[in-house]
Design a protein around this ligand. Structure first.
Ligand SMILES: Cc1ncc(COP(=O)(O)OP(=O)(O)O)c(N)n1
Ligand SMILES: Cc1ncsc1CCOP(=O)(O)O
Length: 207
């Protein structure tokens, strides 16, 4: 397995600003999340800085790497473990130059094995594919096939599946080769966040 990111498990992604953000993040971590992404598409730098800092502390207490979506500068400011980059968010080398050799740099590969090969060659630490199912959070997301997971196994990097994943359909993605299941609504949209995270975490013992 890759040196900067080991293992497999639930990768929870925050669903934007909400009054009880820290509380639900703590619940997701208590339920067994193994990676946490701070994703906030709003533009309030002060709040984003405060939230990211607080979430980083919660993650550090559990030994869970905290990744910042899109924003390399914010990741650096709060001492995050790394950053997640989409196709419009800059390249891996530029992020690595800012965050250093130990940073986890994840990339979106959407529905493309070719992009996955390019990103692996560019030094990405994980490859994210999806959406595998209709996503309540991002209804217009490009759709990926299970076959893509099989086609990219030989790249030797952790592969993350995203998009409409639930405890009922997540096992099929693990069986197809996903190392991490990245989830927003099926964790943070559940009234019992900890229970939802636990159900996802258990998939990794039964698959
Ligand atoms: C783990 C993971 N995979 C995919 C995404 C989507 O990233 P991107 O394509 O940049 O879209 P936005 O998240 O910025 O809307 C992700 N954030 N995390
Ligand atoms: C950010 C992103 N990229 C592709 S689908 C998606 C949203 C995933 O959220 P959900 O788990 O609610 O479908």
């Amino acid at each position: 397995m890759h040196e900067r990111l080991k293992g497999r498990g639930l990768y929870v992604i925050t669903d934007g600003p909400r009054p009880n953000l820290l509380e639900v993040v703590a619940q997701a971590l208590a339920g067994g999340a193994r990676l946490l992404q701070y994703r906030d598409k709003t533009t309030d730098p002060a709040r984003r800085l405060t939230e990211a800092r607080s979430i980083r502390a919660l993650c550090a207490a559990r030994g869970v790497p905290m990744i910042v979506n899109d924003d390399v500068a914010l990741a650096l400011s709060v001492g995050a473990a790394g950053v997640h980059l989409g196709e419009d968010d800059g390249d891996v080398a530029a992020a690595r130059a800012v965050l250093g050799p130990d940073a986890i740099i994840g990339v979106s590969c959407y529905d493309s094995a070719e992009r996955a090969r390019q990103m692996a060659a560019a030094g990405a630490d994980y490859l994210a594919f999806g959406a595998f199912f209709p996503s309540p959070t991002k209804p217009h997301a490009r759709r990926a096939s299970f076959e893509l997971l099989r086609q990219t196994a030989a790249l030797g990097l952790p592969r993350v599946a995203i998009g409409g994943i639930t405890p009922d359909n997540g096992g099929s993605l693990i069986d197809a080769g996903a190392d991490y299941l990245a989830v927003i609504s099926a964790v943070f949209g559940d009234p019992d966040v900890r229970g939802a995270a636990t159900r996802f975490a258990q998939l990794f013992t039964s698959h």
